[in-house]
Structure formats: C-alpha cells, structure tokens
Design a protein around this ligand. Structure first.
Ligand code: FES
Length: 112
C-alpha cells in the first residue's frame, strides 16, 4: 500500500463555497473545488487538448466542471467524463483539511 504524502496547497479562507482554484503540487497542476465544507482535487489540464479546467465553468450542484475550450464536462469527485469530446478521465487526489489548511495527497490512490 502506498501512503500519500500530504502537501499544503491552499487555505479554506481563499476558497469560498462554490468556487475553484488552480494549485501547483510539485509541478503538477491541480484544480481544487469547494462544495460546502468539502474540497475535491482533480487534475486541471483537460484530457482532450490543452486547457485549464479551472478557467471553465464550475457547477457545484452538478459536481461538474466544464472545459472552457470545447465544453467537455468532468465529475469533480471521480474525474470521469460526463460530456465529450474528452474521453479520458482526470486523476483525482486525496484531500485533507485541518483548520484553515488544505493539503493534497501527492499519490493518487486510483492510479496505483
Ligand atoms: S480541451 Fe477540453 S474539451 Fe477540448
């Protein structure tokens, strides 16, 4: 079993409910999404072509983000594609919130 190494990436106070933010996890660009008091972390570069999903539209009630370039939609919890043209899912990451501090696991348990 690989144990994730959690790295501090942002603060709850800079991510209001219903917003998203791009962070850099050791050179990897990740999108953080806040729904209520829960934070989700998912790869931020669209798997279709090169676009940042955090430049797109976040719909918290649908748990989806829409790519700004061609409109693919991804589930922020699972990384799965909901609407084409993207066909490959995004990686998702473990998140830990302690007080105001948001940390993301550097190992994606779904990819090992
Ligand atoms: S780059 Fe995201 S759908 Fe094409």
């Amino acid at each position: 079993m690989i144990v994730a190494d959690f790295i501090e990436v942002a603060r709850m106070s800079e991510l209001p409910d219903g917003t998203m933010k791009q962070v850099n996890l050791r050179g990897e660009l990740i999108g953080l999404y806040r729904v209520g008091d829960t934070i989700y972390a998912m790869g931020d570069i669209c798997t279709h072509e090169h676009a940042y999903l955090t430049d797109g539209e976040f719909e918290p009630e649908e748990m989806e983000v829409e790519c700004p370039l061609h409109g693919s939609r991804f589930n922020i919890e699972t990384g799965n594609v909901r609407i084409l043209p993207a066909t490959q899912p995004e990686p998702t990451y473990q998140v830990k919130v302690e007080g105001d501090v948001i940390s993301v696991g550097s190992t994606n348990p779904r990819s090992v």
